[in-house]
Design a protein around this ligand. Structure first.
Ligand SMILES: C[S@@+](CC[C@H](N)C(=O)[O-])C[C@H]1O[C@@H](n2cnc3c(N)ncnc32)[C@H](O)[C@@H]1O
Length: 325
């Protein structure tokens, strides 16, 4: 198949090419993971893949003509999509064409066989906004010496990039009014992404100095808690999305929290964990022992730290059990 899927655009649809982020500075995800995230967000609009070029982190797809503005809006919530370009082919009638490269993509018109293709940017990631959201840039309120002060996230050594936080929330695939818990919330990277999607997020952390900042981000639904004994009812949430601590001294507490994380999720719900690769096998075993099933996992590189996003499902309740339909 040609890289543009032969440019055969079915009636009532438009063709687009999406550029996923390539790895930079040892950070990022591979093509399959970026495509998975993209498809989850765009599938409800009627996306159909036309051609794939994984080596260039690109995919070509079509959408109904009416879906273009919703697509651009949804794209701004993606962690790993850099740009989307519309490809509009029409018969070539000998006219002059002009094309230029912008970043990794083309803009303008170009002849391809007997067609003239118009390349138009319909979405380009707002780099300034994404930098402002970066954990070392955004201010966060902490309690210090009996006062509440504003600090920058980097100094707190808890940093989930906004890209990875967006990726986790997107692959969790929760609807916008869903109830989500982040029980290892740190400075609230996941909380912010949930809020951006109108998800009802509750959060907590064992570190009580973080409470003012988390309360501000989560509209007061923030608690000082120990994830091993969660102060929430059984099945209170549609999903848990969280990044537990990495330090080996916390490993036992993370493993011990898994039955609790599973308990507070409703049957048929989801648990998304972002962990380091070395925590992988122990965490996965504890999660399956607690009753979760591994749906998928994705490798995520973070400046030399190999991490994993685990997508775990809590099976629906069997007939006769509490929570069964
Ligand atoms: C890797 S950080 C989470 C960072 C977060 N995703 C963010 O965007 O800032 C892990 C957090 O877990 C918290 N933590 C450690 N042990 C805990 C426990 N038993 N219960 C709840 N939180 C705990 C730490 O205080 C830390 O803030």
């Amino acid at each position: 198949m040609h890289k543009y899927g032969g440019l055969g655009v079915p009636p009532g649809r438009r063709l687009y090419q999406v550029y996923f982020h390539t790895s930079r500075g040892g950070c990022g995800i591979d093509y399959e993971a970026a495509r998975y995230e993209f498809a989850i967000v765009m599938r409800p609009l009627g996306m159909v893949v036309a051609a794939e070029t994984p080596a260039h982190m690109r995919v070509c797809f079509s959408l109904p003509t009416s879906a273009e503005s919703s697509m651009a809006e949804r794209a701004s919530l993606l962690g790993y999509t850099e740009a989307i370009v519309r490809l509009a082919p029409r018969p070539f009638r000998g006219e002059r064409w002009r094309i230029r490269k912008v970043g990794r993509w083309l803009v303008g018109t170009q002849r391809w066989r007997d067609q003239l293709v118009e390349f138009t940017e319909v979405y380009v990631e707002d780099r300034r906004a994404s930098l402002a959201n970066a954990p070392h840039r955004r201010p966060f309120l902490i309690a210090r010496n009996g006062r509440v002060v504003s600090v920058k996230g980097e100094r707190l050594h808890r940093r989930l990039s906004h890209r990875d936080a967006a990726f986790l929330v997107n692959i969790a695939e929760v609807r916008s009014a869903a109830a989500v818990l982040d029980p290892f919330a740190g400075i609230g990277g996941i909380v912010l992404q949930c809020r951006a999607r109108s998800i009802r997020v509750t959060c907590g952390d064992i570190d009580d100095t973080l409470r003012p900042g988390l309360a501000q981000l989560a509209d007061r639904r923030a608690t000082v808690l120990d994830a091993r004994r969660l102060p929430f009812a059984t099945a209170a949430f549609d999903a848990v999305i969280t990044e537990p601590p990495y330090h080996p001294r916390d490993r036992a507490a993370v493993i011990a929290s898994l039955p609790e994380l599973t308990r507070v999720v409703a049957p048929g719900g989801r648990v998304v964990l972002f962990i380091s690769e070395e925590m992988d096998s122990g965490t996965l075993r504890a999660a399956t022992d607690a009753g979760l099933e591994l749906e998928r996992q994705f490798a995520v590189r973070r400046q030399g730290l190999q991490s994993r996003a685990l997508l775990l499902d809590k099976p629906p309740a069997a007939a006769g059990e509490p929570g069964a339909a």
